[in-house]
Design a protein around this ligand. Sequence first.
Ligand code: AMP
Length: 482
Amino acid sequence: MTISSIPKSPSDRSEVQNSNLYSLIEVRARQRATCPALILPDGHALSYAALLDQVGRIARLLKERGVEPGDRIMVQAQKSPEKLALYLATLKVGAIFVPLNSAYTAGEIDYFRNDAEPALFVGDPIAFAAEAAGCEPLEETTPRNGTDLAALIYTSGTTGRSKGAMLSHGALAANALALIDVWAFTAEDVLLHALPIFHAHGLFIAAHCSLLTGSPMLWLSRFEEDTVLKALPKATVMMGVPTFYTRLLADERFTKEAASHVRLFISGSAPLLESTFVAFEERTGHRILERYGMSEAMVIASNPLKGMRTPGSVGYPMPGMDLRIAGEGTGGIEIRGPSLFSGYWRMPEKTTEEFTADGFFITGDVGRTDPDGRLWISGRSKDLIISGGYNVYPKEIELVLDEVPGVIESAVIGVLHPDFGEAVVAVLVGTADPESILSAARRHLAAFKIPKKILFRDELPRNAMGKVQKVALRSDYADLFA
Ligand code: AMP
């Protein structure tokens, strides 16, 4: 079965009655009824027929609980097949899925409950599915327009209130179908899925590629070397955050042989270090395909499947994605396209602020495009350091520091300074002598970019998606020059 049989554009959706994303998934799942949808580490598999049946029963229970189209269903729970089924059932009844990071505290959850006003909060999808097992499967999938909302994803929000990015059925479908095309996903693929599903990466980008091709996922509750190494020989594609790849490289059992069945390793959600890219290729012969995305737009740019995958670059804009850089050279990345979110939940002013007059979303990331059209990201605009009146992009300095022998990784931040306004501070992991670090920096960088202080830590603070938490670093060292 080839992917060309999947309805791609609205005009080609004759077999689908409406633009509910679940209708697309259902069509494919019915065609692939006897194939496994989820394969668990213990070998137990859930077929597409079984998944459809479970989704139907959960959808019925949602209806019995009074859930109406447009209602929010909030979920905070560990990853499980039942949680995925609950997501799909939410789509089926036309409600809006609101997954929360499992790390949130009770106080944070209160904020989200007050903001999203969910009709239902599910803390235990396994128990919910067990109760639904006694229900008759619901047949009808609630018709939706492409612009109707499918999910609200709260962005990590480094400052101020966390914002709910509103994602429509149309945006999710557009990105999923484009990814299937550019990464040549087919029914023959087997995806190693070790990502959390409270985030766009695991829930949409990864799972939709499998669900819309009717292919199986090796469903791991989290990234854990032993289970990943056991699953790899059955996988054809792995999607991960950069930390997955550094952790694999740190494990001697991860050899060329162990990676040989996989056709494609994909990395996203945080920058992939060039050293990881190089070490991975040396070890396995595979060039990791790095792509760039965010909750507000899913995947924005991707290195090519065929053609040059360039370390340090996130590749070319996705088909249909208009991407431009504000100003000359390096500047803010702005995007417009079918996978873009519909705004921030109940924050019309914030939404207006983050769009340009001609409808481009201001991503908050800073970068440049090269003459070939490849995108290079220099960091977040919030991370920009202004030292003595000069703009300093942390990424440029980090790239130099990472090359110094003994430095494993680095994070460059701006810290309040009486003379400079902000001073450049480098936080390093590794064992290198500060003098050799400074002399490397002086060879490559203008004087105003040279770190005023070099600090060492055992590791950089990261969130569940592998992103370095610069806000935490800035607060740890806020008084350095006081
Ligand atoms: P989130 O909405 O949590 O997925 O976070 C999105 C942010 O992660 C983006 O705005 C980027 O700052 C960052 N990000 C995602 N992928 C990459 C990548 N490949 N390289 C650099 N930064 C990335």
